[in-house]
Design a protein around this ligand. Structure first.
Ligand SMILES: NC(=O)c1ccc[n+]([C@@H]2O[C@H](COP(=O)([O-])OP(=O)(O)OC[C@H]3O[C@@H](n4cnc5c(N)ncnc54)[C@H](OP(=O)(O)O)[C@@H]3O)[C@@H](O)[C@H]2O)c1
Length: 333
């Protein structure tokens, strides 16, 4: 009987791989993972903003690298175009992705490490209109307490705003004047009236409620659990360094990864911003198998226009920076 032709989907055993030329075996492994990745598994987007940086090692040598953070925050001042792109992509992105199974009403997921969650200003966290998935090794209870504090603080501020604007009877405003309210007023009033609480999932991951308007939160104990939790939506890993590293080093996830990198450079000729947290992988190094995607392809991934549009860079004269978004995918993916 004739042996059926091999396919890239049949998994070679470890001994089979060992007996072959190691380069060919590695290429076949990558091809196999990539093929599996394109078989319906949604891409996972790593969204990062980087600045050129020099890193000093303990033995005194220096190395050029990409900085992403400083003192638990971003190394650069607020850059509107960067913030807008991040918000648009994570809220509305992936709608035109051919691999996407997302319905228009589905909410995207943003996956982040506990330190990145804390780095978001309190009034903006959890990020609205997205499912926030926070990864922690040690402090599930603490993170949940922190999230509850954030929500209570936001609710209190919304209540203060409502009673100042509408007086003692602010609670009646929502039902009486709904059609006259702007979107922002509606949002604040809903927040002021929201019910904050917690639900625990039997699987061990803790889910904080959906009872604040337009967002949801999960606190999970591993990067893999975070992807399982992001099951109905576009998946965006938003850092920081430790979490990017976990995703990049995970062999199952790696072929599914696409990187949306915003490069940020100063325009006054001075060195980049000082950093203490760094992007963990050299994207230009061939051994890491990254391929820079065409601009049009990057736009098609998310359906969102790049900040630099058709130009090479977008300039922010006020802050004194220029920026551009680049997209990366694994070769063969
Ligand atoms: N430029 C950018 O685009 C960008 C994006 C995001 C963040 N940042 C910056 O990056 C910095 C934060 O990055 P970071 O690397 O210090 O922290 P991080 O990755 O945001 O969070 C680290 C924390 O995540 C949890 N964690 C990490 N790996 C885990 C694993 N494998 N399993 C379970 N939990 C895990 C641990 O939480 P516990 O300690 O609770 O166990 C750990 O302390 C800040 O300066 C921030 O502003 C920059």
């Amino acid at each position: 009987m004739e042996t059926p032709p091999g396919t890239t989907l049949s998994t070679p055993s470890p001994t089979e791989l060992q007996d072959r030329d190691p380069v060919a075996a590695e290429a076949e492994k990558i091809d196999m993972l990539s093929t599996n990745a394109s078989k319906g598994l949604r891409p996972i987007y790593l969204v990062v903003a980087t600045t050129p940086c020099t890193m000093k090692s303990s033995n005194g040598t220096t190395k050029s690298t990409l900085g992403i953070g400083k003192d638990g925050s971003l190394p650069w001042p607020m850059i509107k175009a960067d913030m807008n792109y991040f918000k648009e992509v994570t809220e509305k992105g992936t709608a035109t992705d051919p691999h996407s199974t997302i319905s228009n009403s589905a909410v995207n997921s943003v996956i982040m490490g506990r330190k990145t969650y804390i780095s978001i200003p309190q009034k903006f966290r959890p990020l609205a209109r997205r499912k926030n998935i926070v990864i922690t090794r040690s402090g599930v209870g603490q993170v949940v307490d922190q999230i509850l504090d954030d929500l209570k603080e936001q609710k209190q501020q919304a209540q203060q705003w409502a009673s100042k604007k509408y007086g003692e009877k602010w609670l009646e405003v929502l039902s009486n004047q709904q059609s006259d309210l702007t979107m922002l007023e509606l949002k604040k009033l809903r927040l002021a009236q929201s019910d904050i609480g917690i639900e625990t999932k039997p699987t061990g991951s803790l889910i904080t409620i959906e009872k604040i308007p337009e967002s949801a939160i999960a606190v999970v104990a591993s990067p893999q659990a975070s992807v399982d939790e992001a099951n109905e939506s576009g998946i965006f890993c938003i850092g920081g360094s430790e979490i990017y590293k976990s995703f990049l080093q995970d062999e199952q996830m790696r072929p599914r990864l696409r990187i949306l990198q915003t490069e940020i450079e100063r325009t006054d000729g001075s060195d980049g911003y000082e950093c203490d947290t760094f992007w963990p992988e050299d994207l230009e190094n061939q051994a890491n198998n990254w391929h820079e995607a065409e601009k049009s392809e990057v736009v098609s991934w998310t359906g969102i226009q790049l900040p630099q549009k058709e130009l090479d860079w977008h300039y922010d004269e006020k802050v004194g920076v220029r920026l551009r978004v680049k997209g990366w995918k694994q070769k063969g993916a």
